[in-house]
Design a protein around this ligand. Structure first.
Ligand code: S3P
Length: 436
């Protein structure tokens, strides 16, 4: 599947986007090991989270679907999983694989976690090492999936200082810590999304956070809790940037999660000159939400503060597009983690933007983007959902049509993306290779 984006003046609008991916994964996993029945609403029925759902069913959890976004999970308790009949397929999802590694390393049975081609290239030692330090037994293919976990290991609590800022690894350790006897703790080199900690606390588990050290005592019971998943800021970010780089457009996105560990994108864009207002701020269970009101703005290039990287980690493809359309240069430092996402996102953005006439220089963990005018052309998304969607936004303001190759993965995180963009006036056609 490919996209063809025809540049067009956006109309703007009042829209909503699907549920948060990180929170949807965690809602399924945590309610599955809770005692009793929980309802999840606003669940993201994207392929990544559907892999988590299928894996939990394979582990013996009953999950009823009232609609694709409203589920009832019949929790089996901390020790209630049963041995799956075969490997658990994590699809494209790094979050699913790393969190399940934590959740399953203290089980009585063996399990095997597999993934698609992209996931099979992604580093897993970052999660294997701390889990092995806790006594888990697992093997990989030279640090890559598949992961084979060997059951009947009694996990020991550890303190682990994360060498990379990763919410997935932090969460995997905390989930494994639930099965250890004693107190497991982690420190992180930079603050990362804290959805796991918030959700555990909302389910009655005590999580202690002192001076950046996050601790959890094992064998606590999770209380069944209804969870409403906020709209995903990482998905809202696409129509938000489209409105900002458009001409005289206003877009409102309703009920978006604005957890401060996720809002780096808003801070960076504001520094670049964007008009973004948060209205109707509220709490949605354990998570803050707001309506985002954005207006077309003139952007200027900046040096992006490396401290914001972990708070905007998934929005860098879009920030590269913002930089390409800004006046002056924008420099990114400390973004080496982007090279081990669903694709090498620094390389993917640099090569796509160069194709469209933008000057970009790359370092191993950074880039400098020189703002300019975007031409049309054909670029490859390398099968990475966020690269595909970021270029779709770029295409709305290019000087000629933009073809984006390999866009099927968009459904991993944002089913309905094309319809959402069309609703604010973008002209995006879904094409096949021949039509290009
Ligand atoms: C996620 C954490 C981040 C992020 C990913 C979702 C999570 O990954 O990029 O899309 O849900 O914990 P890392 O932990 O690798 O930074």
């Amino acid at each position: 599947m490919h996209y063809r984006v025809i540049p067009s003046a956006l109309t703007g609008g009042d829209i909503s986007v699907p549920g948060d991916k990180s929170i949807s994964h965690r809602a399924l996993m945590l309610t599955s090991i809770a005692d009793g029945r929980s309802k999840i609403s606003g669940f993201l029925a994207g392929e990544d989270c559907l892999c988590t759902l299928a894996a939990l069913r394979a582990l013996g959890v009953r999950i009823d679907t009232e609609s694709e976004s409203v589920l009832t999970v019949h929790g089996v308790g901390l020790h209630g999983f049963s041995e799956p009949a075969g490997p658990l397929d994590m699809g494209n999802s790094g979050t699913a694989m790393r969190l399940f590694a934590g959740l399953l390393s203290g089980q009585a049975f063996d399990s095997c976690l597999t993934g698609d081609e992209s996931l099979s290239r992604r580093p897993m030692n970052r999660v294997i090492e701390p889990l092995q330090a806790m006594g888990a037994k697992m093997t990989s293919e030279n640090g890559k999936p598949p992961l084979r976990l060997y059951g009947e290991q009694q996990l020991q609590p550890v303190h682990y200082a994360l060498p990379v800022a990763s919410a997935q690894v932090k969460s995997a350790i905390l989930l494994a810590g639930l099965f250890a006897d004693g107190r497991t703790s982690v420190t992180e080199p930079a603050v990362t999304r804290d959805h796991t900690e918030r959700m555990l606390e909302s389910m009655g588990v005590s999580v202690e956070v002192t001076d950046g050290c996050i601790g959890i005592v094992g064998q606590q019971t999770l209380r069944a809790t209804d969870i409403v998943v906020p709209a995903d800021l990482s998905s809202a970010a696409f129509p938000v940037l489209a409105a900002i780089v458009g001409q005289n457009v206003e877009v409102i996105v309703r009920g978006v999660g604005v957890n401060p560990t996720r809002t780096g994108f808003i801070d960076v864009l504001r520094q670049m000159g964007a008009s973004i207002e948060l209205e109707n701020t509220d709490l949605c269970g354990a998570e803050p939400i707001a309506d985002l009101r954005v207006r077309s703005s003139t952007l200027k290039g900046i040096d992006v503060d490396p401290d914001v990287v972990s708070l905007a980690i998934d929005e860098f493809p879009l920030l590269f597009v913002a930089a390409a359309l800004a006046k002056g240069s924008t420099s990114f430092r400390g973004i080496g983690e982007l090279r081990v996402k669903e694709s090498d996102r620094i390389a993917a953005m640099a090569s796509g933007l160069r194709t469209l006439g933008i000057e970009v220089s790359e370092t191993p963990d950074g880039a400098v983007v020189h703002g300019g005018k975007l031409a049309g052309g054909t670029i490859d998304s390398f099968g990475d959902h966020r690269i595909a969607m970021a270029f779709a936004v770029a295409g709305t303001v290019a000087s000629a049509p933009l073809n984006i190759l390999n866009t099927a993965a968009v459904t991993t995180s944002f089913p309905g993306f094309v319809g959402c963009m069309q609703s604010i006036g973008a002209r995006i056609e879904i094409a096949d290779a021949v039509a290009l």
